[in-house]
Design a protein. Structure first.
Lengths: 110, 149
């Protein structure tokens, strides 16, 4: 699954998720705190990861989901979601357009 | 600033899940799974209300976490906070109409030197969420990184 992170995605996700941490919505604040720009909520990347695993199945398919956020995701990034299934365990890796890993995770599915 | 005084302290709050919020959340993620957005489809499965996507947990845990973030021992750290790791263990599915009670607890805080030699503070928070029938819906572990200066 490939997802282009639109310019306004951190704002839309903030509204939907109630995560209004300023590093996601205020560029000046983000840069003053050592970040290159506003960054996407890690939980948004995780939400897209869950979508990638479940597709149109029942959401109870996921028993556990564990992820590690490796690099910040910026507006304009293009994310590539890849997964590998071994029995009930799925390994997930998300990379950006530069081939840098932004998320690594494991899911246990029912 | 020390966070020792918040280790073990519990922060609680309720969140009532609405179908409208589920739809809004699914739309932002571009998720068209009928279990979330199609009321009639879900009714035909078991007669119940639409389901929440698993990571909707971020929303129903939010009010309890907000109480932690507002604690003066923690609020000063928030500008330097980034999300390091996240783990969810799911029980009963969360659905529209559910009243979710969440307890958040800071379980651990320690310093860790990263690859570039900077000392970051790692804070681990655990949440437990139950529904109106006292059934476990989700437990979560948040590993937050407070970036060193």
């Amino acid at each position: 699954m490939k997802v282009k992170i639109g310019k306004y995605m951190p704002y839309y996700y903030a509204g939907a998720s109630l995560d209004y941490n300023l590093i996601h919505i205020d560029r000046e604040f983000a840069q003053a705190n050592g970040l290159p720009d506003i960054i996407l909520q890690g939980m948004c990347t995780m939400g897209l990861t869950a979508k990638h695993i479940i597709e149109n199945d029942h959401p109870s398919k996921i028993e556990t989901l564990k992820v590690r956020f490796l690099n910040p995701v910026l507006p304009g990034d293009e994310l590539n979601f890849k997964s590998e299934k071994n029995d009930a365990e799925i390994n997930i890796e998300v990379t950006n357009q530069n081939g840098n890993r932004v998320l690594r995770g494991q899911a246990k599915v029912r | 600033m020390s966070t020792d005084n918040i280790i073990g302290k519990k922060y609680e709050a309720d969140y009532e899940i609405s179908f409208e919020k589920i739809k809004e959340f699914a739309e932002v993620l571009g998720d068209k799974n009928p279990h979330y957005i199609d009321r009639e489809f879900v009714k035909s499965i078991d007669g119940g209300h639409p389901f929440a996507p698993p990571t909707f947990a971020a929303i129903y845990c939010q009010p309890a976490l907000k109480n932690l973030y507002l604690d003066s021992a923690f609020s000063k750290l928030v500008p330097r906070l980034v999300h390091g790791e996240q783990e969810y263990n799911f029980g009963e599915s969360a659905r529209a109409g559910d009243l979710i009670h969440t307890t958040a607890e800071v379980v651990e805080s320690f310093n860790k030197t990263n690859r570039s030699g900077k000392v970051n503070q790692i804070i681990e928070i655990m949440t437990t969420s139950t529904n109106q029938n006292d059934k476990l819906v989700c437990t979560a572990t948040y590993r937050l990184i407070i970036r060193g200066r």
